[in-house]
Design a protein around this ligand. Sequence first.
Ligand code: SAM
Length: 345
Amino acid sequence: MVSENNEKESLASTAYWIAAVRAHETERIDRLFDDPWAALLAGQVGQGWLDRIATIQTQANRMSTDYRISLHWGKPGQEWGYPALRFETAIPKNLADAFERASPENLVDVLAHREEAPTELGTVIRTKFFDDFLLHATREHEIRQVVILASGMDTRAFRLTWPAHTRLFEIDQSELLLQKRQLLASVGASVTCWHRSIGADLVEGPWSATLMRTGFDPHQKSVWLIEGLLPYLSESAVLHLLDRVTALSAPGSRFGFTTANGEMLTSPATHIWVKSMAEMGIPWLSAMDDPEALLAKRGWVATAVQLGEESANFDRWPYPVVPRSVPNFPRSWLVTAVKRSSVKN
Ligand code: SAM
């Protein structure tokens, strides 16, 4: 049984994992973003995570052969026995070529030897997706308050080019933020906007009041981001967090977050991940089947996209996107939303 404190520490350690993924991406010639501090922030803990995740990925590849074949060995319009999937979308050209050369027997090898693991690539894509989202909100919609909740080792306050007068607040556990500040100061990293980091507990702490004391104005538009946190929280904690963000968001504010649907917790394809995360003391606890509906009730007009869809592809996601009409399929969501001027009931 993992104690509450250990669980918080385990959750904090996932921030180093994400930084390690961003460090990898930064080494690529065709990188989607540049995070020059990610390797420093990730450190040994981050590398340990990458090794652990690679082991789980190998286990997952082995255990879900049938599933993977039915998922990937598809042509538009074809149907598969398990799970019954009808592909309505075309397979991207780079994978389709590899499929042409592969037989079902060696397809798993083809998939195992592709360049990028889906877990890592998902993090890279979501980083780029939300970089663009935040920059768009501040540049095109003139939003001057940016709030990043559970920011972990996020360096957007240092690496993105913000419009003048942008004020960026980030909130996470205090020890983690202190370590981030110290590491960044040790290499002379400087911010590209007004910036405050706030150590607080997002589930139980009075962070809204602290945020306002630090200079956040709820009467002005703001843009919010919660990346890589919600599935680790209970459903009631997620709803409470959404309510708090909503209460602090003036009409016209924007909101971005990542989450996953219920199948992510129950599908045979994700079983090994669910089990491994629980064993590491950071179980996935909750899901969101219909982010648009949940947000609509709170006065937001939301759009959820899956990794690989046109706006979340960046010429890097090589897998077919399984349409939302296909039932019983695990999905990760990248959600963006705009606050309406009045809440309709
Ligand atoms: N958003 C960051 C990113 O994408 O790089 C970090 C994501 S990391 C997977 C999850 C983060 O949630 C960790 O930094 C952890 O400390 C933070 N976190 C988890 N529970 C929290 C809580 N109750 N209060 C504040 N931060 C929390």
